[in-house]
Design a protein around this ligand. Structure first.
Ligand SMILES: Cc1ncc(COP(=O)(O)O)c(C=O)c1O
Length: 371
């Protein structure tokens, strides 16, 4: 099938090519200066002390949790409305993800639900800033302070987004970003852990590189580590992309503005995404909600595909994924808001290069299918 409008596309240019080619020509493909440069630039962009580049966002979440001392028997409160990796990482370290339902407007974790879930075993809240918009951090931080628990952030989808002027990924003890090619900026595969804690940084630095000791001697393995290193080609691409991140975000805002203006004419059929007051959105994906419960979303997706438009049911609720149901006995109605959003949401193509007329073509097809 000829897909004219994919869901996502990276925006790559000559400068990116030049940077990656430079690495290839240098022959220094791993543990080199490009990774250090990317980390420095990234820490500067975010305004944090340390950044630690890793092979993926998932690897970053795993190391962040380990380095923050999360382990067996700990409970971590998090959202069921996320990409599965955020909850999986909690399981990797032997802890238990405890879900709290979401806010129906922003689709982020609902602070009022968090407090109900706190027990003696609660060690942290893993906040996920979903779709490009920060969670409601003031009440979340207040709860964390009151109960003396940590805040850790999965900011994989929300690079550059702000909450009351402060960037997502700067609220907790540490945070993780991801750079898969559908993200606002890409390194191919890749992720970044950020923190102001030297202890967390040192641990992540060691664990990503087979748990090597402080002086990083090749065969001195102090901890049970992993190979979660970012390679130099990815880091070079990351540093190059980061220079254009503000532009990427500006363009994404323009395109989503066109979508909002178009779908805003069909309020009976379609709920357009909401940005909470005090937030800026950096639009990882553009997600509408289909208001008519009797419409088959699968049918909508299939029909759009026939005319060359990709769309996705973003996101399923994690607690209803097979593995989670089997392991923890979750069932429908456990997290009704998340489930409702999961049933109705539809992500549409979003990438640089989409023109106003493309948005209008996609919009008209969506409306025509819904009619
Ligand atoms: C919220 C969230 N967490 C974690 C990840 C994992 O990132 P990666 O695919 O780089 O492992 C993603 C990736 O899409 C994500 O959206």
């Amino acid at each position: 099938m000829n897909i004219k409008y994919p869901m996502a596309k990276p925006c790559l240019n000559r400068e990116d090519e030049k940077e990656v080619m430079e690495v290839l020509r240098s022959g220094s493909l791993s543990l080199g200066p490009k990774t250090e440069k990317f980390e420095k630039l990234f820490a500067w962009y975010l305004g944090v002390r340390y950044a630690c580049a890793v092979s993926s966002g998932t690897a970053g979440l795993h190391l962040m949790l380990l380095s923050a001392g999360i382990g067996a028997d700990d409970e971590i409160i998090t959202t069921p409305f996320s990409f599965v990796a955020s909850a999986n990482a909690i399981l990797y370290v032997g802890a238990k993800p405890v879900f709290a339902d979401i806010d129906p407007h922003t689709f982020n974790i609902n602070p009022a639900e968090i407090e109900k879930k706190i027990t003696k075993k609660t060690k942290a809240i893993l906040v996920v800033h979903i779709f490009g918009q920060p969670a409601d951090m003031d009440p979340i931080m207040k709860i964390a302070r009151k109960h003396k628990i940590k805040i850790l952030e999965d900011a994989c989808e929300s690079i550059g987004a702000t909450y009351k002027g402060r960037k997502a990924g700067t609220f907790g003890e540490a945070a993780v970003f991801a750079f898969y090619p559908n993200k606002q900026m890409t390194t191919g595969e890749g992720g970044m852990i950020v923190t102001n804690s030297k202890k967390i940084y040192d641990m992540c630095d060691s664990l990503r590189n087979q748990g090597r000791g402080e002086d990083m001697q090749w065969l001195d393995h102090k901890y049970l580590g992993y190979n979660y290193r970012m390679d130099e080609m990815s880091a070079a691409l990351g540093a190059s992309q980061l220079k254009r991140l503000d532009f990427f975000i500006k363009e994404r805002r323009k395109i989503t503005g066109w979508y909002n203006a178009f779908f805003g004419n069909y309020p009976d059929m379609i709920q357009i995404p909401e940005t909470a007051r005090g937030n800026t959105h950096t639009w990882f994906v553009y997600v509408i909600s289909l208001k008519n419960k009797n419409i088959s979303r699968e049918n909508v997706i299939r029909t759009l595909k026939k005319v060359g438009i990709n769309s996705k049911p973003y996101l399923p609720s994690i607690h209803l994924l097979g593995f989670y149901k089997k392991q923890f006995g979750y069932k429908e109605k456990d997290f009704p808001v998340s489930e409702k959003i999961s049933r109705q949401s539809l992500a549409l193509p979003l990438y640089l290069g989409l023109k106003k007329k493309d948005v209008s073509v996609i919009g008209k097809e969506v409306v025509s299918v819904l009619k």
